[in-house]
Design a protein. Structure first.
Length: 418
C-alpha cells in the first residue's frame, strides 16, 4: 500500500487531539526535516558525440558553474533542521509564505500535496488543519483535503459537485467527445482531457459532471471555456500556448500543452468561505521552515528504457513526465550529470555530416551534458511511445519542460540510465 493511498497515524483520536491542541494553544509544530547533504560530485560535461545544440560553454566553465551552484545549495540546506517539541508527534511542518498558513504531515497532508501536484493542482493552503465533523481537514485554494479515520487515507472533497448543486447541465453524447463516461453521462476532449489524464484523473478530479461551457472566468473575469468535475472546475487559457505551437496543434493534431493552459478555479477557497472556516492569515510558528522545493536535494532521474523521467525532492517523487530521447547513432548519453546552463527559449542549430538543422523557438532549454539538453518539443508528440527522434537531447511536452525549468536550478542532478 503506497503512502499516497494510506497514511498510517498513531491513532485518529490522538491526531484530532493534536490538531485541537494546536488550534487552542498555538503550539509550534516541528519544522521540515532537511534532507541530509552529500550530493555526489558530478562530471557534468564529459566529451560527447552528436547533440541537437551547440554547447553553450566549455566543459570547464560548465563544471565550475555546477560546482559553485551545488556548494551554495548544500550550504543553505545544512542550515535547515528539526526543532524538537515536547508532547507532540514528530511530523514535518512547513510554512507557506504566499498564503501565510502551515502544511504538515500529522495527517499526511504535506506528503500528499507534494506527491500529487502541489501548488499547480491544489494551490496553497488557505487554512491550517481543522477538525470538522470529527475529521481532520484542510482547505486549499483549489481543493479540500480530508483525513478518513476509517480507512486511514486522504480523500479530496467533492467540491465541484457540492458547489454546482442545484445546477442543471446538458448531458453529453457517447460520440460527442474523445472519452465518454457512462457514470455521469459526460465527455472529455482536447486540452481538458490531456490535463485530466496527466494530472491525476479520477483520483484527483473525479468524473466530469458537465460538458464544456462558456462562463465568466473566476480567475481573470474573461469569458472562457470551463468544465465542472466532481472535485474541480477547469478553465481554459489557450493563449498560454505560444502561437507557433498552436499552429502545430491545428495543422497536425499534435497533443501539445502549456503548463498553465488549463487552470483550476478556487473552489477550495469558495468552500472555506461558505463553511465559515478560519482563513485569516497566521504567523509562522517559531522555527518553522518556509516552504520551498530548495529545502530538499533535487534530482531528475531519466529512464531511457521506459522513455520517462521522475523529479525527486529528497526521496519524494514530485513530478513524472514522458520523454523522447536520441535516435540510434545519436543516442542520449548515460551517466550522472547536472544542469549547467538554462535558457527559456533558444533556436536549435546544428549539423552532423551532411545533415543540418535549424529549429526556431525551442522552449525551456536546460543543458545537462555538452549540447544535450532537456527541452520542450513542438514538432512531434512521441514522448513515451518508444519513438526516439532527437539528436541526443531529451524531448518533453512543453508543459513538462516548463515545470522542470521552473523547479530545477543550475547544479540540479540529472541521472540518465537504462
Amino acid at each position: 500500500m503506497s503512502r499516497i493511498q494510506r497514511i498510517t497515524l498513531l491513532g485518529t483520536l490522538a491526531l484530532i487531539a493534536t490538531v485541537g491542541a494546536l488550534a487552542a494553544h498555538a503550539v509550534a509544530p516541528l519544522v521540515a526535516q532537511a534532507i541530509p547533504s552529500g550530493t555526489p560530485t558530478l562530471q557534468p560535461v564529459p566529451a560527447s558525440g552528436a547533440s541537437d545544440f551547440t554547447p553553450s560553454m566549455s566543459q570547464q566553465q560548465a563544471a565550475d558553474a555546477v560546482t559553485a551552484a551545488q556548494q551554495q545549495d548544500m550550504a543553505r540546506r545544512a542550515n535547515l533542521g528539526p526543532t524538537p517539541l515536547e508532547g507532540l508527534p514528530s511530523f514535518s511542518t512547513v510554512y507557506i509564505p504566499s498564503s501565510r498558513h502551515h502544511l504538515s504531515d500529522r495527517a499526511g497532508f504535506l506528503s500528499f500535496w507534494r506527491e500529487n501536484g502541489g501548488q499547480l493542482i491544489f494551490g496553497d493552503p488557505v487554512t491550517d488543519e481543522l477538525v470538522e465533523d470529527g475529521k481532520v481537514v484542510q482547505y486549499f485554494s483549489q481543493a479540500k483535503f480530508e483525513y478518513n479515520p476509517e480507512s486511514g487515507s486522504i480523500q479530496l472533497a467533492l467540491l465541484g459537485s457540492q458547489l454546482a448543486a442545484g445546477r442543471s447541465f446538458a448531458p453529453g453524447s457517447p460520440d460527442g467527445g474523445d472519452m465518454y463516461f457512462r457514470e455521469t453521462g459526460h465527455t472529455l476532449s482536447g486540452a481538458f482531457l490531456i490535463f485530466w489524464q496527466k494530472r491525476g484523473g479520477l483520483q484527483i478530479f473525479g468524473y466530469p459532471i458537465s460538458e464544456p461551457l462558456q462562463e465568466t472566468s473566476s480567475i481573470d473575469g474573461q469569458l472562457r471555456t470551463v468544465q465542472y468535475f466532481e472535485r474541480a472546475k477547469f478553465e481554459h487559457f489557450p493563449d498560454e500556448l505560444y502561437p507557433l505551437y498552436r499552429q502545430q496543434v491545428a495543422a497536425r493534431g499534435l497533443k501539445l500543452a502549456a503548463l498553465h493552459e488549463v487552470r483550476l478555479a478556487a473552489l477550495g477557497q469558495q468552500a472555506a468561505r461558505l463553511r465559515g472556516a478560519p482563513t485569516a492569515e497566521v504567523q509562522p510558528f517559531s522555527g518553522a521552515v518556509a516552504w520551498s522545493p530548495k529545502n530538499y536535494e533535487r534530482r531528475i532521474e531519466v529512464n531511457l528504457t521506459t522513455q520517462s523521467l521522475i523529479a525527486y525532492e529528497g526521496s519524494v517523487p514530485v513530478y513524472h513526465a514522458l520523454v523522447a530521447s536520441g535516435q540510434d547513432g545519436m543516442n542520449t548519453p548515460t551517466g550522472s550529470f547536472a544542469i549547467y546552463d538554462k535558457l527559456p527559449i533558444q533556436d536549435m542549430v546544428g549539423s552532423i555530416g551532411s545533415e543540418s538543422w535549424y529549429v526556431p523557438s525551442v522552449p525551456w532549454v536546460q543543458y545537462v551534458v555538452g549540447g544535450v539538453a532537456l527541452h520542450g518539443t513542438y514538432w512531434h508528440d512521441k514522448w513515451g511511445t518508444g519513438t526516439r527522434m532527437s539528436h541526443g537531447c531529451i524531448n518533453l511536452n512543453i508543459d513538462d519542460a516548463q515545470w522542470l525549468y521552473e523547479w530545477a536550478d543550475i547544479g540540479t542532478s540529472v541521472n540518465i540510465s537504462y
